[in-house]
Design a protein. Structure first.
Ligand code: ATP
Ligand code: MG
Length: 330
């Protein structure tokens, strides 16, 4: 067997209220209410599943919330660890015309005991599937016993001992810490996340490439840098490829990064026992699925037949990025 195990350490229940118009401080009546389970690792697994790649999505869920799972697409790919407490809820109020007000809840802290259970379940899945990759995606919760982020290093060590590679897609302090841990094979920063990692703004493909190389020097095998409408770069210490695909239409960019990562990992599953990465092939699928994702209304991809044809080429260092990056920390 082979495949990809994803871990969503802080999944969320997305609740959307559709209203005619929103009057703050008044009673508003919802025309429709939608609720679905969401999480970046879950998105990656769903897309891999649609592409018929073996995958399992590990998630901790509050014991009181397990009923939610029955309303989630593809429940058989979920691997749930029941933990104390309840799942967080992100609320969106969408008015006629599309104006959206969001109220997001922070990730709920988890005890060391519960976190260790999540780690054990994840390692078990890696071993059961003889998986090629662990993909840890999204926000990392706090550990309520240490008052710091949950520690992923023990998990990553065990996953690598089991013969799998580690892919990481997160931001902020956990990303800063783990990127130089020597335990991460692949990271997928977007342009802003990459700029914040190296501490300077990026204006061209050449500057993004240089920043990616710095991550290689810090111990990351592949920097898969997604650049929105400018496509993506796959950077290793001795190779770099650029790719892009034209989006059929621009509807909702949320989750495009998850589709991109799914495309790359799905095409980096070993065949004939080989662990060689084919950067060009993997990046081509990555940008194709990313461009498909932005043309869909939700993060759920239900078919890949309409994914646009990608272009893959040597990076053009002079090319100016369409969107400026923003540093959020000094
Ligand atoms: N406007 C666009 N046109 C074509 N492709 C796009 C566009 N926006 C995004 N993509 C594709 O999707 C990929 C991921 O987009 P982006 O860099 O915005 O990810 P992200 O910020 O990590 O997204 P998220 O975290 O919301 O999933 C890009 O590398 C590109 O291949
Ligand atoms: Mg992202």
């Amino acid at each position: 067997m082979s495949g990809v195990v994803t871990l969503t350490p802080a999944p969320v229940l997305d609740r959307t209220y559709l209203v005619a118009s929103m009057a703050p401080g008044k009673v508003n009546r919802a025309i429709e209410v939608h609720e679905y389970m969401s999480g970046k690792g879950l998105n990656v697994s769903r897309t891999l599943h649609v592409a018929r790649h073996p995958t399992a999505a590990v998630m901790p869920i509050g014991r009181d919330d397990e009923h939610l799972l029955f309303r989630t697409p593809f429940p058989h790919i979920l691997r749930i660890m029941p933990i104390q407490g309840r799942i967080r809820v992100n609320t969106a109020i969408v008015e006629d015309g599309g104006r959206t007000t969001n109220v997001n809840q922070s990730a709920i802290p988890m005890s060391t005991t519960d976190w260790n259970r999540v780690v054990d379940l994840t390692v078990e899945q890696i071993q059961d599937m003889d998986a090629d990759w662990l993909c840890a995606s999204g926000t990392h919760p706090f550990n309520s016993d240490t008052d710091d982020y949950v520690d992923m290093t023990g998990l990553f060590e065990r996953v690598r001992e089991a013969g799998a590679r580690v892919a990481l897609d997160t931001s902020g302090v956990p990303l800063d810490r783990l990127v130089t841990s020597g335990l991460v094979n692949l990271i997928k920063p977007n342009a802003d996340e990459l700029a914040n990692l190296v501490g300077r703004n990026l204006a061209t493909i050449g500057e993004a490439l240089e920043a990616g190389r710095e991550l290689n020097h810090g111990g990351v095998e592949v920097a898969l840098v997604s650049l929105g409408a400018d496509g993506a770069l796959a950077i290793t210490s001795d190779d770099a490829v650029w790719g892009a695909a034209v989006a059929p239409q621009l509807v909702n960019t949320t989750g495009a990064g998850d589709a991109t990562l799914a495309g790359f990992l799905g095409n980096s599953i070993r065949e004939d026992g080989s662990h060689e990465l084919d950067l060009e092939r993997a990046l081509a699928t990555a940008v194709s699925w990313g461009a498909l994702a932005v043309s869909l209304p939700t993060t759920l991809i239900t078919g890949l037949e309409d994914a646009p044809v990608p272009t893959v080429a040597a990076p053009d260092p002079e090319r100016v990025l369409l969107e400026a990056t923003h540093l959020t920390k000094k």
